[in-house]
Design a protein around this ligand. Structure first.
Ligand SMILES: Cc1ncc(COP(=O)(O)O)c(C=O)c1O
Ligand SMILES: N[C@@H](CCOP(=O)(O)O)C(=O)O
Length: 462
């Protein structure tokens, strides 16, 4: 399996190289040259398998000879052994034809653990073979950061720097990032929003001298391996509701477009997905873009679902690459327009291609809160605000096809919003019960590339 850049001019790589490279050297994102097909009988045969066994079958074709079957089996087993639910991604029914996929049973209580635990193991195996030392820099609006820290803390050959927007993540999210004691973990509170964090991260990747000096690696969904791991639960959940003999739709709370893009990969592999519904909070650039064709950033307004407070949605580039017939030059032109500040207009043909796969909707703050309350009253299920955005938008798209809404984080990560809606404060699991007593360790940093690079040089000694 070979991986190509969405901007068309970076070297073509194998899986392991693409994983360790992160952002392509032309500024694009790596995608598989061809999406492997999974025939209906192979999809049907996933029924009843353990999550780990299904994951092996679904991901195997993407890895080529980068990892042996034995390596991969062990990697997957170790990745999911710490999850707090035997099913890993259990499905519960919310109402007629509406199901909730609980993706928050991993160690940091968000869907990010599905991919991050896996790539933590993949990286460790690859680095043990090469003897390389790397510097991971990640940008987070709250959940990627803690998941990355959990996956890489304490490793001798890895330093982890996480940029998060100062004052714009929940207190639980912040403490998850600032309380680990391992000296290879560096939590950096940046004066700016998530888009600034992600832009500085991409600036670092595009500075080849810096990138090569510190051995820069990325574990945001820039990294194809992150997306790949998330393909698995689309299959397992759809199969448990009768796929491939039945079509299924999904609604996905969306920010950086990685999770829903994984759903589109499952669809292209042959999973009969009717619709993938993009659900946004009031930072609704993706909903506006799919409705009008105009991708125009309007500034981020903080919301009760902070992890989705994003305007420059990184993986949308991957969807555009496909919608433009894999024309890297066209994608590079659009991204240049975006960088210059004005946004871009999606061509009519590309917009139609996107709308064949994706529908969209938005939830206001009031609707999100009302959804947390209504679902709690009707079913006893407590939703986090991100999951509630999804459930609200899914409600607007229900029809004869079963709908699966992705529950992307545990409600205890956002106790204030949940308490305001339900009157009840969700408790953290016992293993995290002392989170608020732990000592925090964080460095406040300016939104300045030069200062960030200096800090990373100094802390890594590279
Ligand atoms: C809880 C939660 N829900 C939804 C999202 C949006 O996912 P994506 O960025 O893959 O669109 C995020 C952040 O990524 C998140 O942390
Ligand atoms: N919502 C994310 C933002 C980063 O997304 P990623 O999937 O590209 O890592 C977060 O919680 O940090």
């Amino acid at each position: 399996m070979r991986y190509v850049s969405t901007r068309g001019t970076a070297p073509v790589l194998n899986f392991e190289e693409a994983m360790l490279t992160g952002l392509a050297r032309d500024g694009g994102l790596y995608v598989p040259e061809m999406v492997p097909q999974m025939p209906a009988e192979e999809i049907a045969a996933l029924a009843g398998l353990r999550y780990e066994d299904a994951a092996l079958r679904i991901m195997r074709p993407y890895l080529g000879d980068s990892f042996s079957d034995a390596d991969l089996t062990g990697i997957i087993a170790r990745a999911y052994q710490g999850f707090g639910h035997a099913a890993r991604a259990p499905l519960v029914q919310l109402g007629p034809n509406h199901f909730l996929l609980e993706l928050f049973h991993g160690p940091t209580l968000a869907f990010k653990d599905f991919a991050m635990q896996l790539i933590g193991q993949l990286f460790q195996t690859a680095l043990a073979r090469s003897g390389q030392r790397i510097t991971i820099v990640g940008a987070t609006s709250g959940d990627t950061g803690s998941a990355a820290i959990e996956a890489f803390r304490g490793l001798a050959n890895v330093d982890v720097f996480i940029l998060f927007p100062h004052g714009r993540v929940s207190e639980v999210q912040r403490r998850q990032m600032t309380t680990p004691t391992e000296s290879n973990v560096h939590a950096l509170a940046l004066d700016g929003d998530f888009d600034d964090c992600q832009a500085r991260l991409k600036d670092m990747f595009n500075d080849f001298a810096f990138r090569d000096a510190v051995g820069l690696a990325g574990v945001n969904s820039i990294n194809w391996a992150r997306v790949l791991a998330q393909v698995v639960y689309y299959f397992t959940s759809a199969v448990s509701l009768g796929a491939p003999h039945r079509r299924i739709s999904f609604t996905v709370p969306t920010g950086n477009f990685g999770d829903i893009f994984a759903g589109s990969i499952a669809r292209r592999m042959g999973l009969p997905i009717e619709r993938l519904v993009v659900a946004t909070n009031h930072n609704d650039i993706l909903h506006r873009a799919l409705a009008s064709g105009a991708y125009t950033p309007a500034g981020v307004t903080p919301s009760m679902s902070p992890s989705m407070d994003i305007q420059v949605s990184s993986n949308f580039e991957r969807a555009l690459f496909d919608a433009y017939g894999r024309d890297g030059v066209a994608v590079a032109q659009l991204m240049q327009e975006l960088k210059s500040g004005a946004g871009f207009t999606i061509s009519q043909g590309a917009l139609e291609a996107l709308r064949e796969v994706f529908a969209s909707g938005r939830a206001s703050e009031q609707e999100t809160s009302a959804t947390i309350e209504a679902i709690h009253d009707a079913t006893g299920q407590v939703l986090c605000p991100h999951s509630a955005v999804g459930v609200k938008v899914a409600g607007d798209h229900l029809g004869p096809t079963p709908m699966i809404s992705l529950a992307t984080a545990h409600p205890a990560k956002f106790p204030d919003a949940v308490q305001a809606a339900t009157g009840q404060r969700p408790a953290l699991p016992p293993r995290m019960a002392d989170l608020f007593e732990r000592q925090e360790r964080v460095t406040r940093v300016p939104n300045d590339l030069h200062a960030l690079k200096a800090l990373i040089h100094e802390r890594t000694g590279r």
